[in-house]
Design a protein around this ligand. Structure first.
Ligand SMILES: [Zn+2]
Length: 488
């Protein structure tokens, strides 16, 4: 009996112990019980930001900034400096290269092709920072394509300007020559986009309005050029309007001619039709979020950014029920954000950064260009019979197709620059990228399939913010975002 009695007391003791420990556990503050050190640090950071937000909204910016500073340590100093040398324009700054330039000029004056092309080519290779050599070489190539091909082998003038404009995107002479050469090659859409980039990224530059005008002019020329080519192909009668995407087309497809007819209506009307098709598709799949509170929240953020994006589109915002951390855009300012992205984000400023990045893809015509290349150029090149049904599904997928590294950078620059004027902390997009970088360490997302490595972007966004003196210590919107995250 004794052992039984002992066991009984042991059981009573155990029950008492367990209930006591559960009771004590309940008394302890939640963070100590369930959060790791990293989560705790993050919670503290958000708490400080929320305190800053409250003061910010009360109009007490100075005190708010003190909280923001406490939550946000300075960015680490970049370990390596930019490898791009400062551009030079004067012969006197050329040092040892002066002799090359004199020889090149002599070749130009006396019209000696070999001398002209060989010395200019040497110059752009040895002194890439000497801008006049690039401009002269591109112009010489434009004047005499045959000689250019003979001496430069695989390089053409558009490539010359492409390379130099990647190094020096803020030099108006470089971009002006690039636009001129693209237009001379009848690449009107690219010419329009190159001009638009300058106008939107260097919005305060005195030449920005001239570039914006150029962008509109070449977009118009692109559309009439496509139309003219369609006339030449003998399908003008088909391009007289009445084009559209009707219900159910996304499943069956639209003819190539119909798609071109849509494109010719311009960027906005084209994007509108595609966005409607996407919405119809998402709704039929039960993936379209229609919660008015959430939609108003997203629309409100977009509305604050729009005046600074540089193009007057009919902006529309949609939320997709999808746990994948991603967002995508259609031409003419149609933005789609996944619930997975909204949920992973901590503050309204971070979401504003992501929305600004997506709007930027739209205002730079990135998606439009991709779609045009897939549709119009295929038809013009006669790779696609005019009546071939184009799968709308494939076209819609182009909305989330990978953009080039340069396009991503442009969208990051504009998406960051608009944050301060719209009333947000300037590191919203940078912090979103930091979340992405952390996730990429763990598992792949579709964003990481279509975008350059986020860790690398965090570094250059930090540099962009510091170099331009953008303010990181401004409104974050922690509580507003937390409330929204609770209803998703
Ligand atoms: Zn992007």
């Amino acid at each position: 009996m004794k052992p039984t009695r002992n066991l009984r007391w042991l059981a009573v003791g155990m029950v008492l112990f367990l209930s006591l420990s559960t009771f004590l556990n309940l008394l302890l503050p939640a963070p100590v019980r369930s959060q790791s050190a990293v989560e705790l640090a993050q919670a503290n950071r958000l708490q400080l930001l929320a305190q800053g937000d409250q003061l910010w909204q009360e109009g007490n910016q100075e005190q708010a900034m003190a909280y923001y500073r406490q939550a946000k340590p300075s960015f680490p100093t970049p370990t390596r400096n930019s490898t791009v040398p400062e551009p030079i324009f004067e012969i006197e700054q050329l040092g040892g290269g002066q002799r090359l330039w004199e020889n090149a000029l002599d070749g130009i004056t006396r019209d000696l092709d070999s001398k002209k092309f060989l010395y200019l080519q040497r110059l752009i290779k040895d002194y890439p920072q000497f801008i006049p050599a690039h401009l002269k070489l591109a112009e010489a190539c434009l004047e005499d394509e045959e000689a250019c091909e003979r001496y430069l082998k695989d390089i053409d003038p558009t490539e010359i300007m492409e390379q130099v404009s990647e190094l020096y995107p803020a030099e108006p002479e470089v971009i002006r020559t690039k636009v001129k050469i693209l237009a001379a090659k009848k690449k009107y859409l690219e010419a329009s986009i190159a001009a638009r980039q300058f106008a939107l990224i260097l919005v305060d530059h005195p030449d920005a309005p001239e570039f914006a005008e150029m962008a509109d002019e070449y977009m118009g020329r692109f559309l009439s050029d496509v139309k003219a080519q369609m006339i030449a192909l003998g399908i003008l009668q088909a391009i007289t309007g009445g084009f559209g995407i009707s219900q159910g087309d996304w499943a069956q497809g639209v003819s190539a001619i119909n798609m071109i007819g849509l494109l010719l209506k311009g960027e906005s009307a084209f994007g509108e039709q595609l966005a409607n098709a996407e919405v119809e598709k998402l709704r039929s799949q039960g993936k379209l979020v229609e919660n008015p509170e959430l939609l108003n929240y997203i629309k409100g953020i977009g509305g604050r950014l729009e005046p600074y994006m540089g193009r007057d589109f009919d902006y529309e915002y949609y939320v997709v029920k999808d746990p994948d951390l991603n967002a995508f855009t259609f031409p003419g300012g149609k933005i789609f954000i996944n619930t997975g992205a909204i949920k992973a984000i901590n503050t309204q400023a971070e979401l504003a950064g992501l929305i600004g990045h997506e709007i930027a893809h739209s205002v730079f015509s990135h998606t439009y260009e991709t779609m045009v290349e897939e549709i119009v150029f295929q038809v013009i090149k006669d790779l696609l019979p005019k009546n071939t049904p184009i799968s709308l599904d494939q076209i819609l997928e182009l909305g989330s197709k990978a953009n080039s590294r340069a396009q991503e950078q442009q969208a990051d620059i504009l998406g960051t620059r608009v944050l301060n004027p719209a009333g947000y902390a300037a590191d919203g997009l940078r912090n979103f990228m930091a979340i992405m970088a952390q996730r990429e360490g763990n598992r792949a997302t579709s964003w990481s399939d279509t975008h350059p490595a986020s860790a690398e972007r965090v570094t250059y966004l930090e540099k962009l913010i510091v170099d331009n003196d953008y303010n990181r210590y401004a409104y974050e919107g922690v509580s507003e975002h937390r409330e929204i995250n609770q209803i998703i």
